[in-house]
Design a binder for this molecule. Structure first.
Ligand code: NAI
Length: 706
C-alpha cells in the first residue's frame, strides 16, 4: 500500500467522497476549459474527447483513493501514463499541469461548499492523493529520460546561452491568444471562453462553429482562380489559425495538396522573394557557423520531433532556388500533419542557406537569401556537421528529413549520417518506397512477379537510384543475390545507357553499370533491353514520346510507365499521352497529379506516385516508436504495406495507389509496419507498447477539429 494511506489513517472520508462525486461533472468541465488554454500542445493535439476521457479517469481514481484509503491504483495509473506520454513526446510539465488543473478545479468546487476547517482538511486529502501521482510521474519520467540519454549516439556540444523555455508562465489570453495560430479559434471561441480569456470585444459578437468558419474560408478560396493566390490564402490561414487550416486541408486533401505541395509550391518557391510576407521556419545561413545551437533555441517550440531541411539546390525539378526553397520544408511538414497527424508544434522547417548558383537570384534586388556563390567542400560539410550536432543537442528526439539537396550532396549526407542520426533522404528513400509500391501494385495488374521484371530507369539521380536500391533489396529478400538483383535494373542518363567502362561514372551509378555496348538514346535502350517497366526521373519533360511509348507497348501486354518528374511540365509524358500511346494498355503513374483520362470508352485514373504516401507514415512510425535511426528496411516495409492497401477496384481503374481520401489510415498502417521493424530490430528508445501498433498510431494523431 502506498505511503498515502499510512499518513492518512482517518480515511475513508465518506462525506467528502460523496461531495466530490456530486461535483465531479462541473469540476471536469472546468478543468477541460482550463486545459484548452494552458498551452498544453499535446493535449490539444489529442482533441477534446480524449482529454475528457483522461481527466475523467484521473478524477475517478482520485475519488476512489479517498474512498478506499489506497492510492495504489492511482500510483499505478500515473506510472502507466508517464510511460505512454514520455514515449509520445509529452513534456513532464504538460502532464503535471493537467494534474494541477484538475486539482484546482476540485478546490474551486469545494470552496463554495465547505467551512474553512472542513476545507483545509478536505484539500489536504485531495492534494495528498494528487501529489503522490505527480511524484510517481516525475520519478518515472526521470528514469526514462536517463535511459534515453544513454542511448543517444551523436555527441552534443555545450551551449552556454540562455536555456530554451518559451512557454508562457500563465495561460495565453486576450489579443495574444488571437495571435497564436496554434491556439486561436477566432470567432469560434465560445462566450464562456471569451469572458474567461479576456476576449470580450476583441471578436465580433456572434459565435461561430468550425464548420461555418470552414464555409467562409472555402468561399474565399473558391473566389480566386490562380493556384498561387490560393497558396497565399492558405498560408495566411496557416499563420492565423492552424486548427482551421488543417481541418480544411485534411477534409480536402486531394484538391488542396497540389496547392500546398507540387506543382504550386514549385511556383511559390520560384516567386518566394516576391510573395514573402511572414517568415516561417528557421533560416540557417553560411554566416551562422558556430551559432546553430543558438538559432535552434530561438524556435518557439521545444519538443520538435520532425525536421525537414533543404539547402534549396534542387527544388523539385526546378533547380537551384536558394533560400526560396523554404516553401518545400514548409509544404512537406503541412503534409506530415495533415496525412499522419504529427502535431504542428512538433514540426520544424529549415533552410540551410549556403548561397546560390542561380544567376537571376544573385542579381535580384529583393532576393531573401545570401547573394553569394554556394559554399562547397569542407566549409559546406562543416556547416552540415554543426547542424546535425546542434539538432542532437537541442532536439534530441527529432528525426531529420533531407529534402531537395542536389544529388552529390544528397548521397554523401545520407551515407555520412544514416547510421549515426535519426535521418533519411526523402528524394532517395521516400521516392524509392513510393515507386517500389507502385511497381508492386502494377505487377498485380500485369499478373507478373517482381523476379520476371526488368526496369529501365530514365535518369540516374536520387529518385531513380533510390528506387533501384529498394527494388534490389526486395529481390534479395525473395532469394536473389545482390548481383542478380541488380541485373534487373538498368539506367539511361543524359549520356545514354549507363554501362561498365564509361568514363567518370559517379559512385551511385557504378553498381548499375552493367556490361553492355554503349547506347545513345532511350529508344535504342528499350529495343535492346525489352524492359517491363519504364520509370522516368530525369526532370526533363516530354521525353517519353510516341516512339518510346509505342515501343513499350510492342514489348509488353501491360507496359508499366511511370513519369515521376515534377512539376507537371517536367513529367516525361502526360497521362493522356501514356494511355493514347499504348492503346490504353499502359499502367501509368506520375509524380505530379493528372486528371482521369477518357480513352476508348474507358476512364483511366492515373496514380500519383507522390512521396506523401510514404514519408508521413514513416515519420509517425519512427517518432512514436522512438527509433534512433531510419533504415531501408523500414522503407521496404512501408512500400509493401502501401501496395497491399490498394483495393482490387482501384487496380481495376488503373490506380496503383490508394485513394488519397484514405491517407490517414494508410499512414497509420505504414507507421505500424515501420515501428514493427524498429521494435523487432532493437532500434528504439522506448519499449514496445502492449496495444496493437496500428491502434497506437491512430491514437497518436493530431485531430484539427475544435
Ligand atoms: P537528380 O538531379 O538527382 O537526377 C536527375 C537525373 O536525370 C540525373 O541522373 C541526370 O543525369 C538525369 N538526366 C538529366 N537530363 C537528362 C536527359 N536529358 N536524359 C536522361 N537523363 C537525364 O534528381 P532527382 O532527385 O532524381 O529527381 C529527378 C526528378 O524526379 C525531378 O523532377 C523530381 O521532381 C522528380 N521526383 C519525383 C518524385 C515523385 O514523384 N515521388 C520524388 C522525387 C523526385
Amino acid at each position: 500500500m502506498s505511503s498515502y494511506a499510512e499518513e492518512h489513517d482517518d480515511i475513508p472520508e465518506t462525506s467528502l467522497v460523496e461531495l466530490l462525486r456530486t461535483k465531479a461533472e462541473p469540476a471536469l468541465e472546468e478543468a477541460l476549459l482550463e486545459l484548452q488554454h494552458a498551452h498544453l500542445e499535446h493535449y490539444l493535439a489529442d482533441g477534446l474527447p480524449r482529454a475528457r476521457e483522461r481527466l475523467s479517469r484521473l478524477l475517478t481514481l482520485t475519488i476512489e483513493a479517498l474512498e478506499s484509503g489506497s492510492a495504489d491504483a492511482m500510483v499505478h495509473y500515473a506510472a502507466e501514463i508517464a510511460r505512454e506520454r514520455f514515449a509520445r513526446g509529452y513534456r513532464l510539465d504538460e502532464v503535471q499541469t493537467s494534474f494541477n488543473i484538475l486539482q484546482e478545479s476540485l478546490w474551486k468546487q469545494l470552496l463554495a461548499l465547505l467551512s474553512r476547517d472542513e476545507l483545509t482538511h478536505a484539500l489536504g486529502l485531495v492534494v495528498a492523493v494528487i501529489d503522490l501521482a505527480k511524484d510517481t510521474l516525475a520519478r518515472t519520467y526521470v528514469q526514462l529520460a536517463a535511459k534515453r540519454r544513454d542511448d543517444r549516439r551523436v555527441p552534443s556540444r555545450p551551449y552556454e546561452g540562455k536555456p530554451m523555455d518559451h512557454r508562457p508562465t500563465r495561460p495565453v489570453t486576450g489579443i495574444d491568444l488571437l495571435h497564436d495560430p496554434l491556439l486561436n479559434k477566432g470567432t469560434a471561441f465560445t462566450k464562456q471562453e471569451r469572458s474567461r480569456f479576456g476576449l470580450r470585444g476583441l471578436l465580433p459578437p456572434r459565435v461561430s462553429v468550425q464548420d461555418s468558419q470552414l464555409q467562409r474560408v472555402r468561399q474565399n478560396l473558391d473566389s480566386v482562380d490562380d493556384p498561387l493566390q490560393k497558396y497565399l490564402a492558405l498560408m495566411a490561414l496557416l499563420d492565423r489559425n492552424e486548427g482551421l487550416f488543417y481541418r480544411l486541408l485534411t477534409d480536402n486533401l486531394a484538391e488542396l495538396m497540389p496547392i500546398v505541395y507540387t506543382p504550386t509550391v514549385g511556383r511559390a518557391c520560384q516567386q518566394y522573394a516576391h510573395i514573402f510576407r511572414r517568415p516561417r521556419g528557421l533560416y540557417i545561413s553560411a554566416e551562422d557557423r558556430g551559432h546553430i545551437v543558438e538559432i535552434l533555441h530561438h524556435w518557439p517550440h521545444w519538443d520538435v520531433q520532425c525536421i525537414v531541411v533543404t539547402d534549396g539546390e534542387r527544388i523539385l525539378g526546378l533547380g537551384d532556388l536558394g533560400a526560396g526553397g523554404m516553401g518545400i520544408p514548409v509544404g512537406k511538414l503541412t503534409l506530415y500533419t495533415a496525412c499522419a497527424g504529427i502535431h504542428p508544434s512538433r514540426c520544424l522547417p529549415v533552410v540551410i542557406d549556403v548561397g546560390t548558383e542561380n544567376e537571376e537570384l544573385l542579381e535580384c534586388p529583393i532576393y531573401i537569401g545570401l547573394q553569394q556563390r554556394r559554399l562547397r567542400g569542407d566549409a559546406y560539410d562543416e556547416l552540415l556537421e554543426e547542424f546535425y550536432e546542434a539538432v542532437a543537442e537541442v532536439f534530441p528526439e527529432a528525426m531529420i528529413q533531407l529534402e531537395d539537396f542536389a544529388n552529390t550532396n544528397a548521397f554523401r549526407l545520407l551515407s555520412r549520417y544514416r547510421n549515426q542520426a535519426c535521418t533519411f533522404d526523402d528524394d532517395i528513400q521516400g521516392t524509392g518506397a513510393v515507386a517500389l509500391a507502385g511497381v508492386l501494385s502494377s505487377l498485380r495488374i500485369a499478373e507478373k512477379s517482381l523476379q520476371d521484371c526488368r526496369v529501365l530507369f530514365f535518369g540516374a539521380g536520387e529518385a531513380a537510384i533510390g528506387t533501384a536500391d529498394l527494388l534490389v533489396q526486395e529481390l534479395c529478400e525473395q532469394g536473389m543475390t545482390e548481383a542478380e538483383a541488380r541485373e534487373h535494373c538498368w539506367f539511361v542518363d543524359s549520356q545514354g545507357l549507363v554501362v561498365a567502362g564509361r568514363d567518370k561514372l559517379v559512385a551511385h551509378k557504378l553498381p548499375y553499370a552493367h556490361d553492355h555496348a554503349p547506347l545513345r538514346t532511350l529508344h535504342e535502350a528499350i529495343v535492346a533491353l525489352r524492359p517491363t517497366a519504364l520509370i522516368g526521373a530525369s526532370g526533363v519533360g516530354g521525353t517519353f514520346d510516341a516512339t518510346v511509348l509505342r515501343e513499350m507497348a510492342n514489348i509488353n501486354q501491360r507496359p508499366i510507365i511511370f513519369a515521376l518528374s515534377n512539376p507537371t511540365d517536367n513529367a516525361e509524358c502526360t497521362a493522356q499521352q501514356a494511355y493514347e500511346g499504348t492503346d490504353g494498355r499502359a499502367i501509368f503513374a506520375s509524380g505530379s497529379p493528372f486528371a482521369p483520362v477518357e480513352f476508348a470508352g474507358r476512364t483511366f485514373v492515373p496514380g500519383q506516385g507522390n512521396n506523401v504516401y510514404i514519408f508521413p507514415g514513416v515519420g509517425l512510425g519512427v517518432i512514436v516508436s522512438g527509433a534512433r535511426v531510419v533504415t531501408d528496411k523500414m522503407f521496404q516495409a512501408a512500400a509493401r504495406t502501401l501496395a497491399s492497401l490498394v483495393t482490387d477496384e482501384e487496380l481495376e481503374r488503373g490506380q496503383v495507389y490508394p485513394a488519397l481520401e484514405r491517407i490517414r489510415e494508410v499512414s497509420a498502417q505504414i507507421a505500424a509496419a515501420v515501428a514493427e521493424v524498429a521494435f523487432s530490430e532493437g532500434l528504439t528508445r522506448t519499449e514496445r507498447p502492449k496495444e496493437e501498433l496500428v491502434e497506437v498510431m491512430r491514437a497518436s494523431m493530431y485531430d484539427p477539429h475544435y
